[in-house]
Design a protein around this ligand. Sequence first.
Ligand code: GLN
Ligand code: ZN
Length: 765
Amino acid sequence: MKTAVIGFPRIGADRELKFVTEGYFKGELTEEALLEEGARQRAYGWKQQADAGVDFISSNDFSHYDGLLDTAVLFHVIPKRYLDLEVSDLARYFAMARGYQGAAGNVKAQAMKKWFNTNYHYLVPEIEDDTEIFLAGDKPIREYREAKALGVVTKPTIVGPFTFLKLAKFVGKKTPADVVQALGEAYGKLVEALEAEGAEWIQLEEPYLVHDVDAADWKLFQAAYAPIFAAKKNVKLLLQTYFGDVRDVYKDLVNLDFDGIGLDFVEGHKSLFLVEKYGFPQDKVLFAGVVNGKNIWKNNYAKTKELVDAIAAAGVLRIALNTSCSLLHVPYTLESEEKLSDAYKKHFAYAKEKLYELKDLAQIVGNTTGSKALLEENASCFTERINSRDEAVQQRVKNIQPEDYTRHPSFDERAKIQKEALQLPLFPTTTIGSFPQTADVRKARLQFRRGELSREDYVAFNKEKIASCIALQEELGLDVLVHGEFERNDMVEYFGEHLEGYLFTQKAWVQSYGTRCVKPPVIWGDVSRKAPITVDWAVYAQSCSDKPVKGMLTGPVTILNWSFPREDISLKESTLQIALAIRDEVLDLEKNGISIIQIDEAALREKLPLRKSDWYEYYLNWAIPAFRLVASGVAAKTQIHTHMCYSEFTDIIPAIDAMDADVITFEASRSDLQILDSLKENEFRTAVGPGVYDIHSPRVPSVEEITQALEQMLLRVEQKKLWVNPDCGLKTRGETETKASLANLVTAAKQLRKQIQGEDVQQAG
Ligand code: GLN
Ligand code: ZN
């Protein structure tokens, strides 16, 4: 039995590519150094897979920033504002990713969105009416050649035209139907070029097929592929799906002119059912995604064998064992985890270990000698699984009463009481929480971790940081302050470290966007709070100012969504456990004089099922109540804020309102203001702070730009409900640009305030 991998991580086992790229951004490293590091990482990934004996290894899964951006550039889907920049191709590429401000011009970055139900973010291709689509590059061809020169025969992979079109933003009058022919033909040219280069297989990734697919979409899919089928001669095409099942199109899909179909049997709850019910063509290869590409728990060989046996029993003759999605979403290798004991490690498999799981599974399914021993060893791991369940925590979840999910009094009552208590001006200004994590901050934390800095000194250092952060915010004239989050490496890991039931790793980095990585902690057991977590920092920060300083917490859904969850406790149960722990923290903050508490649900949308029909039943029905459980215990005068990254919640606005927060801040600057229209249409009750500038880019927004954004917002949001803030935390930004940006933000808010109050006075007079 053959084995396959959809894609491999690319940021470097020690995040080498991240550091080199950032050095290049700072102007410290040359373009050449950057390209060399890229080549080194590609070679590394191919070698790992070849050494593990993987039969189908991808190329072009590498990217210097983002795969969808690569695809856009490859097909010349480049908005005019970037084409007009007179800079090198690489600089233009990064301008699309991060914006550009320099001698050649001043342009914003493209929008960024979450990649399906993961924490990876892609750059949204923008199609203008005069975008000319054609095969404009050769990256997949070069990388195929490069692997071949290293002795590794690969299947070039690329996001397919259907998914590309569904994720693209059409900024003019055109729609996908208007460009599908041109795009399909451009893909056809690519297929021809790869075939001429000698490629035997090409992988086209179409995860969009796991959504609800209607007749119009299916028509679009077929239109996109017609030119591709026409272009290919002998090269084999693998249509790869992941993150769910393809129940709406399965029957038709398997009969198209593909040579292999990749299905996800981990997240695709109906995949096996589909194969059993409708069969699978005997001349095609079924790439069966059985090794989880999204979680780090060891594969249960016995269960997987059962699954593969069932697929075979359904009459599938040719099966290749595959990962369920790209391994981009898991860390590199357990070998880097020097501090984690084997008692833990033996339960896990990172990307490299998953390669060997595929190899083991191929032996086991093929019943080769040695497979019995492999099965036994694997089973012993599961039976030996440390029984870490905590009775008391389980009981507390069982004791939750329906009224625990409701906050009293009602939203409107609270708004009045809070207005009185907080005395904030019109258009209150604030930030999302973190301030730049400069080198000294990271160094102090690292030294503290290593025991090189005493707790006392570490606390003193952070207090100094907090004091100067508060002083800066007062100087800037912000209304609601934050302590700056200097003690936090990451908004989820920080809480994980202070909660019982969590396990943390040293090197489990996963790419989040561009050069940014996150290190999700592992939910190892039942989760509870040992002691107050943030109270001391918050109380100290509040003591530095007469203005309100927000207490800053991460919400339960985000903590869950950005952790590696257990696979044997339901997500709902784990989330409620976390919610109870954070609820205790909220109440402690309130008790200690904190009047505004922000509970970030940055990742609320992340595990929203991709199929609309599954949204409430499988997710929102417990995710929203979990948030309410956290906040429902506070007094009316305590203001609860929440923050969500990305404004992609147009379709779940009622659910967001039902969180019953008092204020919500979210990203708006990188996307259009469409969300605001929907808020209006839905009579959104919660006060809103749609981010007025993009913190993912080092660019400093001008006062005029911010004023314009605010004016747009005021057309859709009631005056008294509008907050003014950046669109996310500032920790990845530099100090200088942060200061300049916030100064402009405050100026814009003050001007507008004056203008409107002036108008009011005039009217009254
Ligand atoms: N409070 C967090 C911060 O400011 C929120 C981060 C986020 O939304 N990703 O960093
Ligand atoms: Zn955010």
